[in-house]
Design a protein around this ligand. Structure first.
Ligand code: URP
Ligand code: ZN
Length: 497
């Protein structure tokens, strides 16, 4: 049935206004001044004292995934249900290739797994090797509505790609109108550090941390940014965890390059102190790549997200059980990397951005929803509350207090990196496709209700790139057109004499 939200503050990325909202048939029907909308049959929801905002979009998740030999506990049903309970109504999941590198096969498996979905979703496709079939598969995937490909610059010997592959792939993305995503860490350097630390007997979770210092993240970020510049392709850097990597991105943007920096709930909400805990289960919870960093980095990245050096905040949700983490008891090399967050992200971002006074509710909407919709070509279907948009909407009570805990979360893992975090501000209602799916205490989700969202190539980030190419070419050949015409016949004739 139709919903009539009355008396709330509607927040979009550009402004907040006291307004009423009418929702019907899965869409936003109308937004108008308080008392102006007529809908006698609609169910009335009192939104007074609450913010009405676009549902969150998480640009980086790993649901129903096989990673480091382990299956993630959360599938598309449990992961998305958790997301909805935390105010996220849409996500983009990472498609890992099948064994043997079969990309289309991997994609088909994820489409099948996603049939359990309870909210809308799309995918990024991970590319780990290169040949003609891969190039062709990328083209086919773009035709099917996928416009983003992910490359790991770390995980040596497994997922890591070479510089040569990056160079090829960025050109191919440019041709297809797709966005390349990079996990930016120098896998070769990490490999050496890992061996050194293990040899020194540092085998615990802190060894993971020490093997991947901020400098390996900054170096790879710089390399990816330079390669993207070379191909004149937009670039999306996933999970920016450190100040240096953020500054590389900010500098490139200042020079006019189209680079998007994604940070994570774990980066702005936590520092690495608990990785030094003498309790193994506690320490192991925080093992992820790139690592959660010192307080100095947390504060820098948080401020950068508020101030505009970074563009959005995701989760890289790849939560594991404590038993799975314990596989790394003897060596951090065997511990599945990854942390939870799909359910906590909106609350952590609210706490860190709004309650710190660093950002406005509009900026919160921008970094949790609108920017993602724009970059990944879902706007204005998603990421905004206006007539015609999908009715993915949340109500947030800025005064409600709650504490995050594994004992009350909806995700399937038995551990939570935000355990005990006190949050002021709570999502008291989530509306997905026009239906109330979270009422503040229970979920009302329907298996299979989630839809795959096709995303056309050549989105907003591509506008103007052809003109830039033409101008850059002209700048590259300051002494005239190439190839330079030379009279080689005359030279031959001369030398034959
Ligand atoms: N981030 C992490 O530690 N695990 C998930 C895989 C990745 O994104 O690197
Ligand atoms: Zn990653």
């Amino acid at each position: 049935s139709a919903l009539h939200l009355k008396g709330g503050v509607v927040v979009n990325a550009d402004q907040e206004t006291l307004a009423d909202l009418l929702i019907d048939n899965g869409k936003v029907l109308e937004v108008g001044p308080p008392g102006s909308l007529m809908a006698p049959d609609a169910e009335v929801i009192d939104a007074s004292g609450k913010y009405i905002m676009p549902g969150g979009i998480d640009t980086h998740t790993h649901l129903d995934s096989l990673f480091m030999g382990q299956n993630t506990p959360d599938d598309f049903f449990s992961g998305q249900a958790a997301a909805l309970a935390g105010g996220t109504t849409c996500h983009l999941d990472m498609v890992m290739p099948q064994k043997g590198g079969d990309i289309l096969g991997g994609y088909a498996r994820y489409r099948e797994a996603a049939k359990r979905s309870v909210m809308d979703y799309s995918f990024h496709i991970v590319i780990t090797h290169w040949n003609d079939q891969v190039e062709e598969a990328m083209g086919k995937l773009v035709e099917q509505g996928l416009q983003s490909f992910k490359f790991f610059m770390a995980y040596k010997g497994k997922l890591q790609v070479s510089d040569e592959l990056l160079a090829h792939a960025f050109r191919r993305c440019r041709q297809l109108g797709a966005i390349p995503l990079v996990h930016a860490e120098n896998g070769d350097a990490i490999d050496k550090e890992q061996q050194r630390l293990i040899k020194a007997g540092i085998t615990g979770p802190e060894g993971h941390q020490l093997s991947r210092p901020p400098i390996v993240e900054e170096e790879a970020t710089f390399r990816a940014v330079m390669f993207a510049n070379l191909a004149n392709v937009p670039l999306f850097v996933v999970h920016v965890m450190s100040r240096g990597a953020m500054e590389v991105i900010a500098k490139a943007r200042t020079a006019g390059q189209r680079v998007i920096g994604e940070t994570l709930a774990s980066a702005i909400g936590l520092n690495q102190s608990l990785i030094w805990s003498s309790d193994f289960t506690t320490a192991s919870k925080f093992v992820m790549s790139p690592p959660i960093r010192t307080e100095e980095h947390r504060l820098a990245v948080r401020a950068g997200l508020a101030g505009g050096a970074l563009q959005l905040v995701a989760t890289d949700h790849c939560g594991w059980t404590s038993a799975q983490k314990a596989l790394g008891r003897e060596s951090f090399l065997k511990m599945p990397n990854g942390v939870n967050g799909i359910e906590e992200r909106m609350h952590v971002a609210w706490q860190q951005l709004i309650n710190s006074g660093l950002a406005s509710p509009s900026r919160f909407v921008e970094v949790t929803s609108t920017a993602a919709a724009k970059v990944f070509n879902l706007y204005p279907q998603k990421g905004v509350i206006q007539a015609g948009a999908d009715a993915d909407v949340i109500l947030l009570d800025p005064n409600a207090e709650h504490t995050i805990s594994a004992s009350s979360h909806h995700s399937k893992g038995d551990i939570n990196i935000f355990e005990g975090n006190k949050i002021r501000g709570k999502v008291v209602m989530t509306i997905s496709q026009g239906k109330v799916v979270w009422d503040g205490s229970s979920l009302h989700v329907q298996r299979g209700a989630g839809r795959f969202l096709p995303r056309p190539a050549f989105g907003d980030l591509y506008k103007g790139l052809d003109e830039r190419d033409a101008i850059r070419s002209a700048e590259m050949y300051p002494y005239g057109p190439v190839p330079v015409k030379r009279d080689l016949a005359a030279l031959h004739a001369k030398q034959e004499l």
